[in-house]
Design a protein around this ligand. Structure first.
Ligand SMILES: NC(=O)c1ccc[n+]([C@@H]2O[C@H](COP(=O)([O-])OP(=O)(O)OC[C@H]3O[C@@H](n4cnc5c(N)ncnc54)[C@H](O)[C@@H]3O)[C@@H](O)[C@H]2O)c1
Length: 342
């Protein structure tokens, strides 16, 4: 395998599976050797589009016949458990799309199967590979922001029509991204959550979350499917200032707090009321814009070649899902229900 092109298969060729094909096709290190989709004709259509040698309607046939070095699983999350388990049993390294699953039972079964078989598995928390997150992480690690104490995120946009005939809500679909990134950048584990949702009869379409984590970190997250404006942003406050990242434009700004030295306990009102957070310089950090999916796939190739450990393991993804499901539980008590097509 070393030096040779990796034979990669893709299972599930809907919106995300097709995205994987588009990016994989541009990576010289990879041959897309086979695809599978349960929907009649879809696998054959993608096979023709991308000149792929083999296509199947059943992922088990793909695993039995195609001699793959790696596989990408992009089927709906409620099918992650059986499909990923079949891949692990074949000893093939897996890139499993996010969220790891919709239930903790399924997530635990995936973790157990991956650990029992020893198959490498990267869970596709794609924002980990966004250059903004990478730069922010570097910046925080260098000590230039100071210890993080507050983090706010927003992930808004229109309702995705692909989910019209499901009951999937905005939280389960999107929150894994932000829960994961908040924990990753602040270095905390979220321990306490409060949430309020706006719901339709089928699902939550807006959620506002307050959280606290270990190490005195707190913050908020907003998720919305009722916004014509697509927003993906994060603010992280440390004693030395605020960093603000935009995942879409891939920009990162630092707002300096020139009075930083006295903020020892950010929650002590004496410090805040003494006016010791002030406005300082605003610095925009240069970022080399790159497609996160490409960076994720390049990392996965490194994992398959044994040159890197998965950035997000099934066990880490399960912990993130556990926080998301706790938020969902809190939000269930929200009574606001509105009528829309969603
Ligand atoms: N990383 C991201 O930002 C991102 C964005 C969108 C979706 N996703 C994830 O990607 C996955 C797929 O989402 P999507 O939006 O592409 O869904 P989709 O419904 O568009 O596509 C899923 C495809 O899987 C196929 N399928 C179902 N069961 C199968 C089986 N047993 N074998 C083979 N094919 C099967 C379906 O026929 C369908 O074509 C989900 O886990 C989703 O959460 C991730």
């Amino acid at each position: 395998m070393a030096g040779e092109r990796l034979r990669v298969g893709v299972i599930g060729l809907g919106a995300m599976g097709t995205n994987h094909l588009r990016v994989l096709a541009s990576i010289p290190d990879v041959q897309i050797a086979a695809v599978a989709d349960a929907k009649g004709g879809l696998a054959a259509a993608r096979q023709a589009d991308y000149r792929i040698p083999e296509s199947y309607a059943d992922h088990r046939q793909l695993l039995d016949k195609a001699q793959l070095d790696a596989v990408i699983v992009a089927v709906p999350p409620e099918l992650h458990r059986p499909v990923a388990t079949d891949c692990f049993e074949h000893g093939v390294p897996v890139l499993l799309e996010k969220p790891i699953a919709h239930s903790l039972d399924d997530a635990a079964a995936i973790v157990a199967a991956a650990e029992r078989t020893g198959a490498a598995c990267l869970v596709g928390h794609i924002e980990r590979f966004n250059p903004v997150v990478r730069k922010a992480r570097e910046f925080i690690a260098s000590g230039q922001v100071g210890t993080p104490y507050l983090c706010n995120t927003r992930r808004n946009g229109p309702f995705p029509s692909r989910l019209l005939h499901t009951h999937v809500g905005v939280l389960v679909d999107l929150a894994v991204h932000d829960v994961d990134i908040v924990q990753y950048l602040t270095g905390t584990t979220i321990t306490e959550v409060q949430a309020m949702f706006i719901r339709t009869t089928h699902r939550e379409i807006f959620g506002k979350v307050l959280f606290r984590g270990r190490a005195d970190v707190a913050g908020s997250m907003e998720f919305s499917w009722i916004s014509p404006q697509k927003i993906r942003e994060i603010q992280l406050f440390g004693a030395l200032g605020l960093i603000e990242g935009d995942y879409i434009s891939q920009t990162l700004k630092f707002f300096e707090n020139p009075d930083e030295q006295v903020i020892l306990d950010p929650w002590a009102s004496t410090h805040l009321s003494a006016g010791r957070i002030a406005s300082g310089r605003i610095i925009e950090y240069p970022i080399w814009r790159q497609e996160p999916l490409r960076l994720e796939l390049e990392h996965f190739i490194q994992v398959v070649r044994g040159a890197a450990q998965p950035e997000v393991t099934p066990r880490q993804a399960m912990q993130v899902l556990e926080v998301v499901l706790r938020i969902a539980d809190k939000g269930l008590n929200s009574k606001t229900t509105i009528t829309t097509r969603a």
